[in-house]
Design a protein around this ligand. Structure first.
Ligand code: GTP
Ligand code: SPV
Ligand code: MN
Length: 636
């Protein structure tokens, strides 16, 4: 094959060699680079044909079918280390861990380049970028034509959700990035075991990914190939994904936001379930009673931390099912059951420490990929907030760094990729195909003013409105100005694969699918309220268990136990929030729960403005909820 390649620029002979000449391509014992390998592993013709088409278009030098084994992970990592693409960390401190530094222009999700290409524009709605699918395909085709030249095309069958679960869905990603393969191996159930499940006529979500950096013969590769042109494209009607130009996180690990939220939300709309940007945790009280809670906060607003938290109140326990994505379907008993479709954590590094999140630190001390954190002189990792800074380090851009430097050592959106089951707080049911029954749903955002520490919805409609009115200060998880407040309904603004107005209706419709008392109770929290001097009023992290305890008690309440009415909903009654052993001033607590009518009316006005864009897609219940809120504030 290699000789044919060298002597010929003729693409057709190259393709023929790639597809029909497996034996010449044997490298090592079982590793041959060809579509033949796929044909031996599956009878699914749609899959074989789709992979063939992508190879013809992208023209990789080799095709490699990933088996998902540890051996494969280690081999690919070693190859990258040998090429100087990633760094192996100190084996006695961080066994089997690696550090990658991205291109400085490729550090977060790119929302402005993310498209929902539904057949009809109104199905994408006003909050998504839209392009006609035909036009998008015509735009992408020349970009992908030859985009993998000089590279290997890796084929990864993966399952979102436990293998064999009726809630799970299968996807197949092809990519030209071995780093993406290693991340996907951790983040999803990936490889041969998925192909074995995928029967002859089963459907799958095709996910095409290229970093968009073909290599000319002899051209030296960069450590983080990518392209200044980027497209993150979802086709919700066909249930397909195409991503070009980026190798970072949600842009490239297509099982995550692209599949599990954008495509899955469209599946969920059609089939009556929910695909949400939520953590899932199990909360056990001091009497051994357990409830599961799901919580939606925008990116970098505390999901991973809450999911793994160590409660400060004695006798209470938090266990982790998931930290980012939640699929919920109704069980036969009429309750909502949730699974975490992922198999790993892709978590924010900065701020993660032994005091803020000890479970995360233990989960990432082995078999972990780090991206854009700093490297210490003893070949370990460091980031702002982890510990006292090292005397010197190599920063995320590869330059020397020392404490007092103007720039951070780790990028604010630097991340770790680690297997879920390494988390010491992992819930016994994390892999249960049935999922876990959800008792409460929490919404929240990063708000330095206005929003109290916690309040509860009056009913499902009010709770849906609370989710819809979620707003938060922007973080480094996406491009944009950090700190700016934006509306982020249900923390799904960048992730909803269809019209947000229809999404509100879909949430409201859950009420018609079961008895009201079987639906989860809905709450809203804000860990980020600040004093006029700009300090956080609430200590957060493990102390958030105090808020979880109130939520737990409210789930068991038949009436207004532990609670008072307020214009915004149900709030903790005086002294009902457990503050035992917490060193916090009365004044801080007063400020954390203070309601300012002017601020709330400002938020309401902004929400009314925001809702106008949905036109006749806005469910009338939303306007009723806004009117009700205004009325409740009348005499306040
Ligand atoms: P994504 O992975 O982007 O979806 O983020 P996430 O929602 O999982 O956020 P994560 O838990 O990683 O937290 C992001 C940042 O918020 C980190 O720097 C945390 O230290 C900080 N944070 C999390 N919880 C709290 C809290 O209770 N209080 C305060 N003040 N900061 C918090
Ligand atoms: C988020 O931004 O919400 C993330 C990180 O969880 S990414 O996978 O890059 O979307
Ligand atoms: Mn997220």
């Amino acid at each position: 094959m290699f000789r044919i390649l060298k002597n010929s620029n003729n693409n057709s002979s190259r393709i023929i060699s790639l597809f029909n000449n497996p034996t010449n391509n044997v490298i090592g014992s079982k590793r041959f680079y060809s579509i033949e390998q796929l044909k031996q592993k599956t009878k699914n013709q749609k899959l074989i044909q789709w992979v063939e088409e992508q190879a013809k278009l992208c023209k990789p030098d080799k095709i490699y079918i990933c088996d998902g084994s540890e051996e494969e992970f280690n081999r690919l990592c070693n190859d990258m280390v040998e090429k100087g693409v990633i760094t192996k960390l100190n084996s006695s401190k961080k066994p089997n861990c690696y550090l990658a530094r991205s291109d400085p222009s490729d550090v977060a999700r790119v929302e402005s380049r993310t498209y929902i290409c539904s057949n009809k524009k109104e199905d994408a709605g006003p909050t998504n970028n839209w392009m006609d699918p035909k036009e998008m395909k015509a735009t992408l085709k020349p970009l992908f034509d030859g985009s993998m030249k000089g590279r290997t095309m890796y084929v990864m069958p993966f399952s979102m959700g436990p293998l064999g679960s009726s809630i799970s869905h299968v996807g197949v990603e092809v990519t030209d990035s071995p780093f993406v393969v290693c991340n996907m191996k951790i983040m999803t159930r990936m490889g041969d075991k998925v192909l074995e499940q995928l029967k002859e006529n089963d459907s799958f979500v095709p996910c095409l990914h290229s970093v968009g950096a073909p290599l000319k013969p002899g051209q030296k590769d960069s450590n983080w190939p990518c392209n200044s042109t980027k497209y993150i494209v979802q086709y919700p009607d066909e249930r397909a994904i195409v991503s070009y130009g980026s190798g970072y996180g949600g842009n490239a690990l297509l099982g995550k936001k692209c599949f599990s939220l954008r495509i899955a939300s469209a599946m969920a709309r059609d089939d009556g379930w929910l695909a949400e940007h939520m953590l899932i945790l199990g909360l056990t009280n001091d009497k051994g009673e357990k409830k599961y809670i799901a919580a939606a906060f925008p990116s970098a607003c505390g999901k991973t931390n809450l999911a793994m938290m160590t409660p400060t109140i004695p006798g209470w326990k938090v266990e982790t099912v998931g930290d980012d994505i939640c699929w919920m379907k109704f069980g036969k008993d009429g309750r909502l059951y949730a699974i975490n479709p992922e198999n790993g954590f892709f978590g924010v590094a900065p701020g993660t420490s032994a005091s803020s999140n000890p479970n995360a630190l233990k989960a990432i001390d082995r078999n972990t990929l780090y991206t854009n954190v700093a490297l210490t002189p003893d070949n370990d990792v460091w980031w702002e907030g982890l510990s006292n800074p090292p005397s010197k380090a190599i920063d995320w851009t590869g330059k020397e760094w020392a404490p007092g430097s103007k720039t951070p050592a780790a990028h604010p959106n630097s991340r770790f990729t680690a297997p879920l089951n390494q988390c010491p707080s992992i819930d016994p049911a994390w892999d249960d195909p049935k999922g876990v029954p959800i008792s409460a749903i929490i919404f929240g955002g990063r708000r330095s003013s206005t929003i109290p520490l916690v309040y509860q919805a009056l009913d499902w409609k009010h709770g849906t409105f609370m989710g819809a009115s979620t707003a938060s200060e922007l973080t480094a998880a996406a491009e944009g100005t950090v700190g700016k407040i934006r509306h982020d309904p249900f923390a799904m603004l960048p992730f909803c694969g269809y019209n947000m107005g229809d999404y509100f209706s879909h949430w409201l419709s859950m009420e018609n699918k079961t008895k009201p008392e079987l639906l989860p109770k809905i709450f809203y929290v804000n860990w980020f309220r600040k004093s006029p001097s700009g300090k956080f009023l609430w200590p957060g992290f493990g102390e958030n268990s105090r808020v979880l305890k109130w939520i737990f008690q409210r789930c068991n309440a038949k009436g207004m136990e532990y609670a008072d009415n307020s214009p915004i909903g149900i709030i903790p009654a005086n002294d009902s929030l457990d503050l035992n052993g917490l060193d916090i001033s009365k004044d801080n607590i007063r400020q954390l729960f203070s309601l300012n009518k002017t601020e709330w009316m400002g938020d309401l006005k902004s929400m009314r403005e925001y809702c106008k864009q949905f036109g006749n897609k806005l469910p009338k219940e939303m306007n009723q909820q806004m009117d009700n809120l205004e009325k409740r504030f009348k005499d306040f």
